[in-house]
Design a protein around this ligand. Structure first.
Ligand code: NAP
Length: 287
């Protein structure tokens, strides 16, 4: 079992996930672009790298949890990037939500060093990251996924095997389409009801009492009732992920009548300063 981890990216998710690796007994070296989060992990027992390359030199497994493709490109392949320290016997696990096309490109570049590449984006947000109950959507060679599974299970409750490298990212962006549609569906229903003279509270009472109630609506219902949207999953990430889904769908020639209007709606939130609000704030994009 791999014991040493280099962990790159200590945002909302990476901080919680690297903390769980430490608590599971792994020897973790962390790196983050801005220093504050790494200092907090050091207090929990992590060592702190000065560069991504130093963290990747430390790790049998190097984990990446960054915003998206641009950040991954800089941290993996830029100056002092992790790729310089990768090679045979090492594995790069990219848990960031990135486009399937970029995942395939990154996998090819990492494999040129002789290292394995596993793409492993996650389903679940801050609370599951803290509780180590994420669902990890893994793509890569079967043996490579099996070798890092103990590390993945320090951060999540399930590893779903999706196929080759890139298919984990494909699963992630595809499933997020349903998430985006469901939140927009509830938001649009609320807006329509109000336009037709219904009370928001009464309408939500009816939705939540019937067969349409579900775990997602149970999470968002309190937000709609008070019209306040503290982030569980920020709208800026939903907008990004839906753009990746649109790109993948276009590459495949898939029919996406709802997705093609949905992605711009979530981007409207980012453009109007609501990117850090929860994605249920999509109701604000409906006027
Ligand atoms: P976040 O809090 O915004 O953190 C982003 C991280 O990326 C930070 O460590 C940031 O460094 C780093 N970063 C951004 N641009 C960079 C660059 N050019 N060079 C180096 N580092 C850079 O994001 P998060 O919520 O942890 O999400 C991380 C990933 O998980 C995203 O792909 C997101 O879509 C996905 N995800 C998030 C959630 C969620 O609920 N938050 C759920 C599932 C999946 P600094 O600290 O220096 O800014």
């Amino acid at each position: 079992m791999a014991q040493r981890i280099g962990f790159l990216g200590l945002g909302i998710m990476g901080t919680a996930m690297s903390g769980n690796c430490l608590r599971a007994g792994f020897d973790v070296m962390v790196w983050n672009r801005s220093p504050g989060p790494a200092a907090r992990l050091a207090a929990e027992g992590a060592t702190v790298a000065k560069t991504p390359a130093e963290a990747a030199a430390h790790g049998d497994v190097t984990i990446v949890m960054l915003t998206g493709p641009e950040a991954c490109e800089a941290v993996l392949f830029g100056p002092d990037g992790a790729a310089a320290s990768l090679g045979p016997g090492k594995t790069l696990v990219n848990m960031s939500t990135i486009s399937p096309a970029y995942a395939r490109q990154a996998a090819a570049c990492v494999r040129e060093t002789g290292a394995e590449y596993v793409d492993a984006p996650v389903s679940g947000s801050k609370k599951p990251a803290e509780d180590a109950t994420l669902v990890i959507l893994a793509g890569g060679r079967e043996e490579a996924i099996a070798a890092v599974e103990p590390v993945l299970l320090a951060m999540g409750k399930k590893v779903a095997r999706c196929g080759e490298a890139g298919m984990g990212s494909t699963m992630k962006v595809t499933v997020n389409v349903l998430l985006g549609i469901m939140a927009e569906g509830l938001a649009e229903t609320v807006r329509l009801g109000e336009s037709l003279g219904l009370s928001r509270q009464a309408l939500l009472d009816v939705v939540m009492a019937g067969p349409m109630a579900n775990d997602l609506f149970r999470l968002k219902d309190p937000m709609f009732r008070v019209d306040d949207y503290p982030a569980q999953f920020p709208a800026k990430h939903m907008a990004k992920d839906l753009t990746f889904a649109v790109e993948a769908a276009r590459d495949a020639g898939a029919n996406i009548p709802v997705l093609s209007v949905l992605a711009p709606l979530y981007h409207t939130l980012v453009d109007t300063g609501l990117g850090d609000a929860d994605f249920a704030a999509v109701i604000k994009a409906l006027g």
